[in-house]
Design a protein around this ligand. Structure first.
Ligand code: MF3
Ligand code: CO
Length: 245
């Protein structure tokens, strides 16, 4: 079913995980483990009366995905301390009253390289440019082409193998789409739709490999990847970010 915004936006807004990201941001420093981040995130979700929806979803074992450096997405939290210069993407889905909010954020661990910094900046800009195009009457290709053009103009890659998605009472609803495309093409964006925009941008190749755990998606060349994701609702006035921080 097409993800359609039913009822009051507030419901969705609180299902978002903005608070959890705000809680964790100042704690991400060299020495913290992604297992510790997982615990803080899960506690924060539960404290807000929401549920950590990812845990158990299709067998995924954790409330968060913690994707370090060359991991594009779906990395498992671990006991390995983060190191100065790492970048880590924390992705989580919170459920409140049956509604889901999905968002991801990349964080710098201490001082990072100029390349890592640029990758994070450009990836966040890709998300913002995509959101700006998510206007009623536009097409998904307007969103995806804005993302692709920006990433590629900086020599970065756009991951094709993991998709953005409609979201509502289910995590992955129609439409699903890659973050690449052509302006004026694809599904017409209409008021009431709710979907994620979640560009995964790579320093080198956009091809990925899957670890033997069946989840951890890495860049094939082991260069860096970053991701920022919001859940957005399309209103008559334009896109509303439901997971805004
Ligand atoms: N937040 C992820 C997404 O954007 C979901 C990860 S799948 C899970 O679709 F199994 F890890 F939860
Ligand atoms: Co998502």
């Amino acid at each position: 079913m097409l993800a359609v915004l039913v009822g009051c936006c507030g419901v969705h807004y609180y299902a978002g995980n903005s608070e959890c990201h705000r809680t964790i941001a100042p704690l991400i420093k060299p020495g913290i483990t992604t297992n510790e981040i997982e615990r803080i995130f899960e506690d924060s979700i539960l404290k807000h009366g929401a549920k950590p929806y990812q845990k158990g979803y299709k067998g995924y074992p954790y409330a968060t995905c913690a994707s370090v450096n060359d991991v594009i997405a779906h990395g498992f939290p671990s006991n390995k301390p983060l190191e100065e210069g790492d970048i880590v993407t924390i992705d989580t889905v919170a459920e409140l009253d049956g509604w889901l909010g999905d968002s991801a954020w990349s964080y710098a661990v201490g001082q990072i390289s100029p390349t890592a910094e640029k990758l994070m900046r450009v990836t966040k800009e890709c998300l913002d440019l995509g959101i700006k195009q998510a206007q009623p009457g536009n097409r998904l290709g307007d969103v995806t082409s804005a993302i692709q053009r920006h990433a590629e103009s900086h020599g970065f890659g756009v991951v094709r193998d993991l998709l953005a998605h409609g979201i509502g009472r289910d995590l992955h609803e129609e439409p699903t789409y890659m973050h690449v495309g052509n302006p004026g093409k694809g599904l017409r964006i209409k008021e009431g739709m709710v979907f994620t925009i979640e560009p995964m941008i790579t320093e080198g190749t956009y091809f990925m490999t899957l670890d033997s755990d069946g989840w951890t998606a890495r860049t094939m060349d082991n260069k860096l990847a970053a991701q920022y994701e919001h859940t957005i609702a399309i209103t008559a006035e334009g896109p509303q970010i439901l997971t805004a921080q």
